[in-house]
Design a protein around this ligand. Structure first.
Ligand SMILES: Nc1ncnc2c1ncn2[C@@H]1O[C@H](COP(=O)(O)OP(=O)(O)OP(=O)(O)O)[C@@H](O)[C@H]1O
Length: 289
C-alpha cells in the first residue's frame, strides 16, 4: 500500500436486519493523503455515514481493506479500537448537541479526552485553552452547551475531537443544522485547523458551499466512489485568479470505471461499448453491432 494516510480498497459493509441484507458499501475505493481536506458527497443512503463510522473505528467493515495511518481497520481488537479512537481519529457528529455533555463547560469537555489518555494536568489546561482559541471560542471556555449557539457548540465539538492531537478529523454533516453564515464560520474554523495544525480532514456534507471550497470532493453512489472533483486556482494573463474544477471518474484496481448516467443516456451506451486506445487517451464508442 502507498504512504497515504487513509486507504480503502474494495470496502464492503453489509448490514443484516432479520432476513434483510443492506449493502451500505459495495466495494468502495478511497485514498486520502496526509494533510488533505476532502469533502464526501452523495445522495441520501449512498453510504457516506457508514464510511465515516468505519474510518472513526465505531463500525467494522464486512470485507475489503481499510487502513488509517498504521492501523488495519479489519484486524483491530477491542483494545486497539479504543486506542485508535482516542489517539488517531477525532469524530464530530451531525447533531451538534450529541457531541457535547450538557453539564460540562467547554473547557471541561476538551479536557475530558485528555484525562482519559492520561495527559498531565498542566498540558491539558494549556491545550484546552489553545484549542478553544484556535477555533474562535476561547471566550466561551466557561460556558455549558446550553449557553452556546449552534455554531459555537460545533466549534467546541471540533476542539473536543482534536484534544488528543489526532491525525484525522472526521465530520459527518457538521454544518447540516446551521444557517449559511454560521456554517461558513464553522467551515472556516475547520479549514484553519487543517492548515495550522496539519490535521487531515474528511467531511461528509450536503452543503455545496462547503464541497465547492475544498480541493477535492469525492462523490459516493450506491456504496462506491463514483467520481471526484479536483479544484485548483489558476491565474490568467491579466493576473486574475479563478478556480478551475475538473471532474474525474474513479477507477478501481481492476480498471473498472463508472460512466455517468448522462453520458450513457446521451449516446445510448448500454450493455457493451467499444474501447479504443489512442496515443494519450481512451475513447468509448457505442455498440453499433
Ligand atoms: N445500522 C444499520 N442497520 C441497517 N441498515 C443500515 C444501518 N446503517 C445504515 N444502513 C443502511 O445502509 C445504507 C447507507 O446508509 P448511510 O447512513 O451510510 O447513508 P448516507 O449516505 O450517510 O445517508 P444520509 O445522507 O441520509 O445520512 C442505507 O440504505 C441505510 O438504510
Amino acid at each position: 500500500m502507498s504512504e497515504a494516510l487513509i486507504v480503502c480498497e474494495s470496502l464492503v459493509r453489509i448490514y443484516q436486519t432479520g432476513s434483510i441484507e443492506v449493502q451500505a458499501l459495495q466495494g468502495l475505493d478511497l485514498v486520502v493523503e496526509r494533510g488533505e481536506f476532502v469533502a464526501v458527497v452523495g445522495a441520501s443512503g449512498s453510504g457516506k455515514s457508514t464510511l465515516l463510522s468505519i474510518l472513526a473505528g465505531i463500525d467494522a467493515p464486512t470485507a475489503g481493506r481499510a487502513r488509517v495511518d498504521t492501523w488495519d481497520l479489519l484486524a483491530m481488537t477491542r483494545r486497539d479500537r479504543v486506542h485508535y479512537r482516542r489517539r488517531t481519529v477525532g469524530f464530530v457528529r451531525q447533531q451538534t448537541a450529541s457531541n457535547l455533555v450538557p453539564y460540562l463547560t467547554a473547557r471541561q469537555m476538551v479536557d475530558l479526552p485528555m484525562t482519559a489518555s492520561r495527559t498531565p494536568a498542566r498540558v491539558r489546561r494549556d491545550r484546552s485553552m489553545q484549542l478553544l482559541e484556535t477555533l474562535g471560542v476561547g471566550a466561551c471556555a466557561d460556558r455549558r452547551p446550553g449557553q452556546l449557539s449552534g455554531g459555537q457548540q460545533m466549534r467546541v465539538a471540533i476542539a473536543v475531537a482534536l484534544a488528543n492531537e489526532p491525525h484525522v478529523l472526521l465530520a459527518d454533516e457538521p454544518t447540516g443544522e446551521l444557517d449559511t453564515a454560521t456554517s461558513g464560520e464553522v467551515f472556516a474554523a475547520m479549514r484553519d485547523v487543517n492548515r495550522s495544525l496539519g490535521v487531515t480532514v474528511v467531511v461528509v456534507t450536503h452543503d455545496p458551499a462547503v464541497s465547492g471550497q475544498v480541493e477535492r470532493t469525492v462523490a459516493i453512489r450506491d456504496g462506491r466512489t463514483s467520481s471526484e472533483v479536483l479544484r485548483r486556482t489558476a491565474t490568467n494573463d491579466d493576473g486574475d485568479t479563478h478556480v478551475i474544477a475538473e471532474e474525474y471518474a474513479v477507477m478501481d484496481r481492476a480498471g473498472r470505471v463508472q460512466v455517468p448516467r448522462e453520458y450513457r443516456e446521451a449516446l445510448d451506451l448500454t450493455r457493451r461499448v467499444r474501447l479504443t486506445l489512442e496515443a494519450d487517451h481512451v475513447t468509448i464508442h457505442p455498440d453499433k453491432a
